[in-house]
Ligand binder design. Sequence first.
Ligand code: NAG
Ligand code: NAG
Ligand code: NAG
Length: 365
Amino acid sequence: MVRISTLSGLALAASSAHALPSANTAPKPHVVGGKPGRFSLPAVKVNETKPGAETRGLRNSVDVGSNDRHPPQPFYLLADSGAPSLTIESTLEPPSHQGNIPKYDPTKSSTAQLLPGYTYSECFVSGYCDNGVVYTDVFTIGSIAVANMPILVQTNNTSPSNGIRSGNLGLNFDKNGMATQPTRLQSPCLDRRLAPVDQAGQLDFGYIDSSKYTGNIAYGGVTTTGGEWTIEVQGIQAGYDDANFRPGKFQVTVDTGSGGGTITRELANLYWSQVPNSKWSDAYDNFLYPCNQTLPDFVITLADGNKVGIPDAGLRWKDENGWCVTYLAIGTSTDVTWGSNFLERYFVIFDWGNSRVGLAQKTYF
Ligand SMILES: *[C@@H]1O[C@H](CO)[C@@H](O)[C@H](O)[C@H]1NC(C)=O
Ligand SMILES: *[C@@H]1O[C@H](CO)[C@@H](O)[C@H](O)[C@H]1NC(C)=O
Ligand SMILES: *[C@@H]1O[C@H](CO)[C@@H](O)[C@H](O)[C@H]1NC(C)=O
């Protein structure tokens, strides 16, 4: 069987942060450089060799620390809308667990301060776990620098990481601001964040670039309270004709830290029944259609009643002797997680201020 895309192991399975009763109160994070407001972060896609790691997630460049003798330490972090924490690998790990990625060295930053009494541990769906301590340091992202930013600093993990990703930039949904355990970033610039993600690999904070999408933005209110950016889809159809609408409610967790994404066989049947000449393939565990045919948009309706589609150009995956298969992978669960490979077929808006996620049709694929 050929699996089109499967959920990677980067979804967070469990996490905990502990502060001993004697733990110091963390100093308040505050902006020390740059201007609150709009900024953009380029995102790169890289291959990783960590077992179970997704190869095509979004990684953003950040700087940590400061020192007269050493420059701030630059890192690529995974911008992860499915996780709460800011974590980074460090030179405090046992050498055999350090891998070959860039690691944070608190001894090389004059502004690094250990928060006594704080520890954390987290595990991912892949089985990868890490644990560590908490430092505060200067954290620079985009055009702003935040002092006293609490950072979960790894002191050990279940297996060493290779590649360039040094940690996670948690972008979970939290009404209190950008979450990072055990305290929060209270930076005003990120408190009103709006982070559309597009395929070119860019996150825009604080604004929506209208040149990047076409048509309406369809919005769904966040339906969970656990920190996930989860929304409800009302139904699907092929193309935008109202007569083709088929009701079928399911919850989608919009998780840039995961890989693929699926729909159920029932929903797939509803779409493909509206595509002439399509046929089921056991080998692909999916539908095939003649490649010389243009697919109708795969359209979903969100809670506000607006429809958003993925056009032919965003659906096509591969050609097998004139029969094509799409990226619309089929899975068994009704409620699903759509990770970056699925989400990059949309222009995605994380609207923190209005507790909702917006999806729009991208202007290019
Ligand atoms: C990344 O992995 C993909 C799939 O395995 C491969 O086709 C591609 O060449 C790799 N890219 C680099 C830069 O190694
Ligand atoms: C690091 O984690 C590994 C795997 O869980 C464990 O075997 C090892 O004892 C740990 N090392 C330290 C120094 O805690
Ligand atoms: C696609 O190819 C098939 C087989 O060659 C042909 O019968 C059909 O007319 C073609 N359809 C279009 C839309 O070109």
